[in-house]
Design a protein around this ligand. Sequence first.
Ligand code: RIB
Ligand code: CA
Length: 313
Amino acid sequence: MTARKIIIDTDPGQDDAVAILLALASPEEIEVLGITAVAGNVPLPLTQKNARIVCELAGKTDVPVYAGCDVPLSRKLVTAEHVHGKTGLDGPVLPDPSMPLTDGHAVDFIIHTLRAQDAGTVTLCPLGPLTNIATAFQKAPDIVDRVQEIVLMGGAYFQVGNITPAAEFNIYVDPEAAEITFKSGVPIVVMPLDVTHKALVTKPRNDAFRALGTKVGIAVAEMTDFFERFDKEKYGSVGAPLHDPCVTAYLIRPDLFTGRHINVEIETQSELTLGMTVADWWRVTDRAPNAMFMGDLDADGFFALLTERLAHL
Ligand code: RIB
Ligand code: CA
C-alpha cells in the first residue's frame, strides 16, 4: 500500500501535537508533505513555533513547517489559552525549536503542492480554523478539484458547542472559511465533537502513554495532564478529549469510525448561532449531502493504535 500524501493544517494545541505525532509515527500509511500553521488556539507566532517543537520532539526535522494566516478571513481572532495555556503547548517543558520555519506562506505551499502533485493524490488535514484552506481555494480555484479529500476536526451536532452554546471552536473562529470549505465540493470527512468527546484519555490510557518511558510518551502524558482540566471542569469528563488525533487515526484505520454522509451547512449570519454546523443527521431536508459526518468510534481500538504508534518515535 502506498502511503497517503497529506498536508496537516494546524493550530497546536496539545491535541494537534498528538495528531501530528501519530502521523509522523506512521510512515507506512502517511507521507506528511508539509505542516501549515494557522492562528487558532494561540496566535500564529506560537502555532508555527509549536508545530516545529512537535516535529523536533518526533525527531522529524525534515518536515517543512510554514506559517499561514494570522487572522480569520473577515473577523477578529478568537484564541483558546483558557484550554491550552498561554504557550498553546502547556504541560511538558520542551525546548525551543532549532529547526527553521520554511520560507514562504503556507497558503502558497498548499497551492503549489496541489498543482505539483498528481490530481487526486493529496489529502488536506485541517486541525484548526479553516482560514488557510479557504484562502488557498479563493486564491487558486484551480486546486479545488485536485484535492483528494479533506479530513478535518471541527463542528458538532449532538454535542453542540464548546466555545459558544452553538459552535465548536475551529468552525467558530472562522465561519466564513468553513462555509467556503464545506461548499467547495471537495469530499469531506468531519470529526466533530460528537466523536472526539468519546476519545477520552482516562487515567489508564494516560498511564499507558507515560509507561512508554520515551520522550514522546512522557510529553504526551504531560500534555494531557494539562489539557484535560478544561473538559473535566466543564463536562465532568473522565479525561481529555483527543480531538485532532481522530483525523490522523482515520487515515490509518478508518474502520475505527462510523458516521453518515449528510448535508452540513455553516451558520455565518446569526450572532446567536455563529459557527454552528447545521448537520442534517436525520436527513429532514433535501439539501445535498456534502460531508461524511462521524458519530462514533471504537475508543479502545483508537487508543491501542495511538499508543502502539507513539512507541515508534
Ligand atoms: O474544538 C476543538 C478543536 O479546537 C481542536 O482542534 C483544538 O485543538 C482546537 O483547535
Ligand atoms: Ca486544533
